[in-house]
Ligand binder design. Sequence first.
Ligand code: F6P
Length: 376
Amino acid sequence: MAEKMKLGVLTGGGDCPGLNAVIRAVVKTAINDYDMEVVGFMDGYEGLVENRYRQLKSADVSGILTLGGTILGTSNRADPFKFPVLQGDEYIYLDRSSQAVQNFERLGLDALIAIGGDGTMSASHGMAQKGLKIVGVPKTIDNDLFGTDQTFGFDSALASAAEAIDKIHSTAQSHHRVMIIEVMGRYAGWLALASGVAGGGDIILIPELPYQIDVICDKIKERNRKGKNFSIIVIGEGAHAEGGEMVVQRKIEHSPDQLRLGGVSNRLAAQIEGLTTLETRVTILGHLLRGGTPTAFDRILASRFGSQAVHLAYKGEYGKMVALRGSEIGNVPISDVAGKVRKVPLDSSLLKTAISLDTCLGVEHIPALEEAEMAI
Ligand code: F6P
């Protein structure tokens, strides 16, 4: 009798809604369609390096479809090529990639399904070059992964952000305040733009369009003149003033991307109060956007991604990441994805929609958008 195929699965990087839905789809598809065995590594690549894993049977993934977080744990500090090891009270960095390959081989694995964002895909690209047979699954609330139209996790974070903006609207209206809502998203403005449009933000600020404070204040004053004595501003954590810097909240030495952004809204609020004398308050949504149950859209996307990843592994199509292309699930070489960030294009039709809805984007003109319109 032919030996059963054996799959490993891990979740890396920041958690987000839908991770468990992918794990469930991987395990169910592997067992139901191919009678494979599955093991789950704990805490992302950390588990592969340290040989920490657990068997995953159907019963282990029962009831987890709607659960936030990941039953396997995750880490965004576990690059096998630059693995942090505590020596005394300091971290040193060791290349533990060969150990990861050894553990993979010792377990008799045929393939590894790596669910994660750009850090995980970059590590996976390196591990694939060392011979590991990997299939990637694109995750992140930031929606900034190259090669896929959308990552799972984004829709759920968007729903949470939109709901928060809706709730903040009432205080803005009742107290005639300027309310700033800061959302995550790192160097890309997908979450800010989409939630800003969904929540009817009056001003939306994204990292791709460095803002001019005068443009923002003029918009707020114009609204007041028209009798709208409140304003909602939605800002991405990576947004910054023209000629200014992003606001870094902390630096995490042993993380592949060391910078943690956050707090730009406090800086902006002080400026707005100074220039308009209007009371301006800040809500930073932060990790709230990474929690909770996935939306129906994300449950479906995560399930499709997980199943397709197993089909690719079965067919021996390694070194690929499953991807959403229009409404279909395709795939892309992980080498095309690693190390790249997908930002909001400045000729994006959603930016155009926002402008049509009288939303201020913090700048007077977007030349790329104007050129795109002229070309139509
Ligand atoms: O990539 C997801 C994300 O939530 C970003 O939006 C945010 O900048 C970052 O992770 C925060 O990371 P941490 O959980 O390490 O603070």
